[in-house]
Design a binder for this molecule. Structure first.
Ligand code: NAD
Length: 459
């Protein structure tokens, strides 16, 4: 099928590349010229395991191309994805201006051919109908320009298109795998024709003909109305964020009563009603989705006169948890002014270069405020030289340089390479052998045996 994906960030680029890989003809559109230039040269502007390789092979077979020309993309696609960002506003609402610009641009370029417009961006509940309205406004604008101000839209001249909400659930760091192996596909629309086209588009994913394991049962497809599909995305993220805040709260009690949250999590996670995922205590949730999606849902509820007690509490627990390592550092080192703290990892999770709303940012800010000198090493941020607008932190290019002269090391991101630290070498370089493990990830016994003082979360 002919597909156009508008917005080539973590979601749009992965979606476009994966759809091209399963045989569709995909044009990806982005208004960032630098990005498009890079992608045309076969370079991915984001770090995502497996993405570059797949991108190259799809470009070679002419299944995938990139442009800044929205009109060309809209003309090409029978299915048009909106996959632009919906960052948070200071009020907590979603900033939908990028979605609006794209919807208007689609309207400006619509011709006679029927199109399915797919909202892949996470948008506030009710946005499906709003997108429809904006597309029609954009269409009217163009008609008025070409046919004169007196243009009145009739039933015959109204463009034919349907809007589908198709929320994305991929995880950064394994986005390609997740796209080929989704737990479910959610399609929200009142149009049977649009749903049928979306099912045809996703058939190779549903029957796993392109997945890593073709023996798996078919992927469930949830067909629902627009608002329910939009709500599914918010409710899923709010639930997962709450689950993490729950185990973090349990960890803080464990710290006080002398229990071990890792074992507690294992003990409760084996209950099939609870499940073991998202039960790892640590320094809280972050990234580009959970914080903004939970805030947006709280905001929507508020708009409709409902106070979200549970979600408010999940956010509050998370805010405190993000700087829990500061409390632990103060407990161990007392005064932080003049101390040197080294952060192992910066990104909000491993295998991504995404620093949006990463807990590291709060930790750096708080350590700076308390007068500590902050250094950091992150496998991606350090190697790529990307500063990510970071201030108040010295970026080191390897773990040894990070450890040199440190009063404490704090594990912020659970990158696999931190499991292979040369503990003897690091201990010699540090001023004080203290490791705070913000993710309960490091080999505790080996660290203690190597002569460090080890402090985890909730044990
Ligand atoms: P992103 O910021 O990485 O990418 C957005 C892209 O859209 C950028 O490349 C930007 O240049 C482009 N863009 C903005 N305005 C444009 C326009 N008018 N025309 C063309 N391109 C334009 O965003 P993302 O992380 O990929 O997220 C996209 C959406 O998907 C958001 O709504 C997000 O909440 C949702 N989502 C993200 C994830 C994730 O893990 N990142 C997961 C699920 C859902």
């Amino acid at each position: 099928m002919r597909v156009c994906v508008i917005g080539t960030g973590y979601v749009g680029l992965v979606t476009g590349v994966c759809l091209a890989h399963i045989g569709h003809d995909v044009i990806c559109v982005d208004n960032n010229e630098e990005k498009v230039k890079l992608m045309k040269q076969g370079q991915s502007p984001i770090y995502e395991p497996g993405l570059s390789e797949l991108m190259h092979s799809c470009m070679k077979t002419n299944k995938l191309s990139f442009t800044t020309d929205l009109g060309a993309g809209v003309n090409h696609g029978e299915i048009l994805y909106i996959a632009v960002g919906t960052p948070p506003l200071p009020t907590g609402e979603s900033d939908t201006r990028y979605v609006e610009a794209v919807a208007r641009g689609i309207g400006n370029n619509l011709q006679e051919e029927y199109k399915v417009i797919v909202n892949k961006s996470t948008v506030p509940i009710g946005s499906g109908d709003w997108v429809r309205m904006i597309v029609l406004d954009g269409f009217k604008e163009r008609q008025a320009q070409t046919l004169g101000e007196g243009f009145v839209m009739s039933a015959e001249s109204t463009p034919v298109f349907d809007v589908v909400s198709n929320p994305e659930f991929l995880r950064e760091g394994c986005a390609v795998y997740d796209t080929f192996n989704p737990d479910r596909i959610v399609l929200g629309s009142s149009s049977e024709k649009a749903i049928a086209m979306m099912k045809e588009l996703y058939e190779p994913l549903v029957d796993h003909s392109f997945s890593y394991d073709s023996t798996l049962p078919p992927v469930p497809v949830v067909v629902t109305d627009l608002s329910s599909a939009e709500m599914i995305k918010y409710a899923a993220n709010a639930f997962l964020a709450t689950k993490i805040s729950f185990i973090n709260e349990v960890a803080n009690i464990c710290d006080r009563v002398g229990a071990d949250v890792t074992q507690v999590a294992q003990g409760i996670g084996l209950d099939s009603r609870i499940g073991s995922k998202f039960l790892q205590a640590g320094i809280g949730w972050g990234g580009s989705c959970f914080p903004k999606d939970v805030s947006a849902l709280i905001h929507t509820a508020h708009d409709y006169g409902y106070e979200t007690e549970l979600m408010n509490a999940a956010v509050k627990v998370n805010e405190r948890q993000r700087v829990i390592v500061i409390e632990k550092l103060q407990h161990e080192l007392k005064i932080l002014k003049g101390k040197v703290v080294g952060l192992l990892g910066l990104t909000f999770k491993p295998d991504t270069d995404d620093m949006r709303d990463a807990p590291a940012l709060n930790i750096i800010q708080e350590l700076n405020r308390l007068g500590a000198k902050v250094k950091a090493y992150d496998p991606i941020v350090s190697q790529s030289g990307l500063s990510h607008g970071l201030s108040g932190v010295i970026i080191e290019s390897n773990v040894e340089m990070l450890a040199d002269g440190c009063d404490a090391l704090v594990l912020v991101t659970d990158w696999q390479e931190f499991l292979k630290l040369d503990l003897a070498k690091i201990k010699k370089l540090m001023k004080n052998p203290l490791i705070i493990d913000g993710r309960n990830f490091l080999p505790r016994h080996a660290i203690v045996e190597a002569g460090f003082h080890y402090v985890g979360i909730g044990h």
